[in-house]
Ligand binder design. Structure first.
Ligand SMILES: CC(C)(COP(=O)(O)OP(=O)(O)OC[C@H]1O[C@@H](n2cnc3c(N)ncnc32)[C@H](O)[C@@H]1OP(=O)(O)O)[C@@H](O)C(=O)NCCC(=O)NCCS
Length: 211
């Protein structure tokens, strides 16, 4: 797997068509968005992913088939795969194409998940993943709401959105709780290889400036 693909898509749903259209329609460069290097919520700290996080992420979730089930990547078999992903994250942050933050609990050290923000023209889309041990406490809605709120407060960003497999009810709930609205089903949109090789239908949610 190419490092760029691995890194860019690790926590994100791919939106190749939308991104291309946006870059044709709009002159605003993706690199003009500069996310904070530390974003605190009530219970979380979001900070950029670093190559040094590989061992912690590998033991927390990148090798977990249940976590990877609805993702576009397969569970990592070795920590080197996680290292390659994190190197790609750092390169993409520097290039301004995809900003991947790791989530840590404010009162406990160590990454428990990741959220990626990908700007494209006047929009930004998100992908996210959380270690199983941290599921069910509303942590990802908290992270997504904070980061999409930050993005929508930036001049030039009007729309934030995310997608999930139609069978991924937990992720749909994350978007609803993060104040995104359901906009429809994108048919045959994304391959989730841990389920089947053919592209699957995905639900699309968005929050726009003023929502
Ligand atoms: C989707 C995910 C990020 C949810 O994050 P979270 O912080 O646990 O979200 P919440 O605590 O708000 O729970 C959301 C929903 O998950 C489900 N859920 C809660 N606890 C759960 C548990 N222990 N096991 C499985 N699902 C659970 C519930 O449906 C819940 O909705 P509800 O609040 O209406 O009951 C997390 O489950 C995850 O990382 N899953 C694997 C990766 C993934 O699917 N990423 C999204 C790709 S689009």
């Amino acid at each position: 797997m190419r490092p760029g693909w691995l890194g860019k898509r690790m926590v994100c749903q791919p939106l190749r068509v939308d991104s291309r259209l946006h870059s044709l329609r709009c002159d605003m460069s993706a690199a003009s968005l500069t996310p904070p290097h530390r974003l605190a919520t009530a219970r979380l700290v979001l900070r950029p992913a670093q190559p040094a996080d590989a061992a912690a992420l590998f033991s927390a979730y990148t090798a977990d088939p249940q976590v990877a089930r609805f993702m576009i990547w397969r569970p990592h078999r070795a920590v080197e795969e996680t290292q390659a992903y994190l190197r790609a994250c750092a390169e993409q942050w520097a290039a301004g194409t995809c900003f991947t933050d790791l989530l840590e609990e404010a009162d406990r050290a160590g990454p428990i998940g990741a959220i990626a923000l990908r700007p494209a023209g006047t929009s930004a889309d998100f992908g996210y993943v959380l270690a199983r041990a941290a599921w069910g406490r509303g942590l990802m809605p908290e992270a997504l709401q904070a980061l999409s709120g930050w993005a929508l407060a930036q001049e030039g960003i009007w729309r934030t959105f995310a997608t999930c497999d139609v069978a991924n009810q937990a992720s749909a709930r994350v978007m609803e709780k993060a104040r995104m609205r359901f906009e429809g089903v994108l048919r045959r949109h994304t391959v989730h290889p841990n389920i089947q090789p053919e592209p699957r239908d995905c639900r699309l949610y968005a929050r726009v400036k003023g929502d």
